[in-house]
Design a protein around this ligand. Structure first.
Ligand code: ADQ
Length: 495
């Protein structure tokens, strides 16, 4: 059966709500997923289901105007359907099960997990709320594409509601190997949950292999067939497809933005303020998986062992605030700031500070200006599903002379290892050596490497990613959803 509409389900709706002087406003969110899916949702009558970012209790104190989502839909051009969450839901489903269990475990960091049994019940219940929204707002002709580790059990909840939908699920974070996955007290339930979808997509072949390893060990009655990037799993009661679909970025958007006059000017200003040196950029969400302390230690090691780098390099470390209410994240921030302070204290000279530290969200053009201004990018996660920053940096290197230093443990390494300087983020001296090598790399080699990186990212952009997933899921690509020329987003209910 040909699906009629695409329905995307993610933890958050792709909109930003802001409250100023007592009145609410709504604007479309940004990011690769929104960019890639926006047009098809807009032109072909699709919808997006997710949480708006305010709990029921918060909205009780500060209600949203009844027409806010309609205004949002008018801006995005597609229908937005909200899921309501309470404070308790947020605490146990989002901060608890998702971010204290699945996030660290799937990033191979089981010692950081808090396997609180109370979290599981809420996780399932909240997944049930998303499933309920799917039931209300879609029908059997739609293709329902569910995203990420917060929503693994939505497929199972749909089944429990007795509802049949054509579904795909994409995991944005890594999938761990069997010995790590086995530690999860709810390992059978989570595996069963994933096997409830018609298509399950992972970032890399390694993640898919890890998943299949868990299926073989824990679901012995399952037959796995097929070669290439998509396998077929046959269980006694159903069949599903499992594939690797490495996510990417809108290459052209970054490339154009980076070469625009406004961004070029901003980039020049950044360079002007930090003259006569090579600029190294770090851009990371505040998260222990991103390896930020390791990176700072590597910089210190480089300054110690290679004195010629002193006064000649500056690290601009942009840290994006994230998961503010989790204590571990607050501690990590303190640790990073202590290290930045120590290194600056040890090495600063008149007219030169080794680290410029920025702790806030930047808008996309500011981010592109930093990408464009910096001679090197230092992307050293301990583990990462993909890492889009690495790809965005290359897309923005329009002069094709940037150097990418990349962790072996980022999903992006599979695609970018030929052009990047590859490092083990745990190896402080190795990363320091790569900084030194990048600093000394001549223009010819920089260009050869960066051209290759850009070529590869241009070829495999986010539109290709969406199309490869949809083709595996429904044998269609973005263009083949029926075009609704005069589509008007359906009215939203107030939430
Ligand atoms: P993240 O862990 O958030 O994503 P990443 O892939 O690097 O990691 O994406 C970060 C995004 O945030 C980038 O698009 C970047 O432009 C944006 N960003 C970074 N700094 C910013 C700033 N200062 N202000 C505003 N925006 C900023 C998860 C997984 C990854 C996977 C992605 C996509 O953890 O492994 O690559 O999803 O699937």
């Amino acid at each position: 059966m040909e699906p009629r509409r695409l329905a995307v389900v993610s933890n958050r709706l792709p909109v930003v709500l802001t409250r100023e002087n007592g009145s609410w406003s709504i604007s479309p969110g940004s990011g690769g997923l929104v960019t890639a899916l926006g047009p098809v949702l807009r032109d072909r009558g699709g919808l997006w289901i997710g949480w708006m970012g305010n709990t029921v209790e918060a909205l009780h104190h500060s209600p949203l105007p009844a027409d806010l989502l309609n205004r949002g839909a008018a801006e995005t051009g597609y229908t937005l359907k909200p899921v309501s969450l309470t404070d308790e839901d947020l605490k146990k489903f989002y901060y608890g099960f998702s971010n204290e269990i699945l996030w660290p475990l799937f990033h191979d960091l089981p010692t950081r997990c808090n396997f609180d049994p109370g979290y599981w019940k809420t996780y399932r219940e909240v997944n049930g709320k998303y499933a309920q929204a799917v039931v209300e707002h879609t029908d059997e002709e739609d293709y329902v594409w569910i995203h990420d580790y917060q929503l693994i059990m939505v497929g199972r909840a749909l089944k429990q509601l007795g509802v049949s939908r054509h579904t795909g699920f994409f995991l944005h974070i890594p999938f761990p190997p069997l010995d790590v996955f086995l530690k999860l007290p709810w390992r059978f339930e989570i595996l069963d949950g994933l096997m409830e979808y018609d298509l399950v997509g992972f970032q890399t072949a390694r993640d898919r292999r890890n998943f299949l390893g868990c299926v073989k060990a824990l679901k012995p009655g399952t037959r796995i067939t097929g070669r290439g990037s998509v396998s077929r799993l046959v269980t006694p009661d159903r069949e599903l497809l499992v594939g690797a679909f490495p996510i990417s970025i809108d290459f052209m958007e970054f490339s154009h933005m980076a070469s625009s006059a406004a961004v070029s000017w901003q980039a020049q200003m950044i360079r002007h303020k930090l003259p006569n040196r090579q600029l190294i950029l770090g851009v990371d969400r505040l998260d222990y998986t991103k390896g930020i302390p390791n990176k700072l230690l590597a910089l210190r090691n480089a300054l110690e062992r290679y004195p010629e780098l002193r006064r000649r390099i500056t690290l601009i470390q942009v840290l994006v605030p994230s998961r503010k209410t989790i204590k571990e994240y607050a501690l990590l921030k303190q640790e990073i700031e202590r290290l930045v302070g120590e290194i600056n204290g040890e090495y600063t000279e008149v007219g030169w500070t080794p680290i410029t530290y920025i702790f806030r969200s930047l808008d996309r053009s500011q981010l592109a200006a930093y990408y464009r201004a910096c001679d090197m990018a230092l992307v050293t996660p301990l583990k990462d599903g993909m890492n889009l920053v690495a790809k965005e940096y290359c897309a923005s290197s329009t002069t094709e002379d940037g150097v990418l230093i990349l962790s072996e443990f980022a999903g992006a390494a599979v695609q970018l290892h030929h052009g990047a300087l590859m490092v083990n983020p745990y190896d402080v001296e190795g990363v320091a050596n790569a900084i030194h090598e990048g600093y000394r790399m001549d223009l010819r080699e920089r260009k050869i490497r960066m051209k290759a990186l850009r070529r590869s990212i241009r070829k495999h952009d986010v539109f290709g990613w969406v199309n490869s997933f949809l083709r595996a899921g429904i044998a269609k690509d973005l263009r083949s959803f029926p075009h609704l020329e005069f589509f008007v987003p359906a009215p939203q209910e107030a939430s």
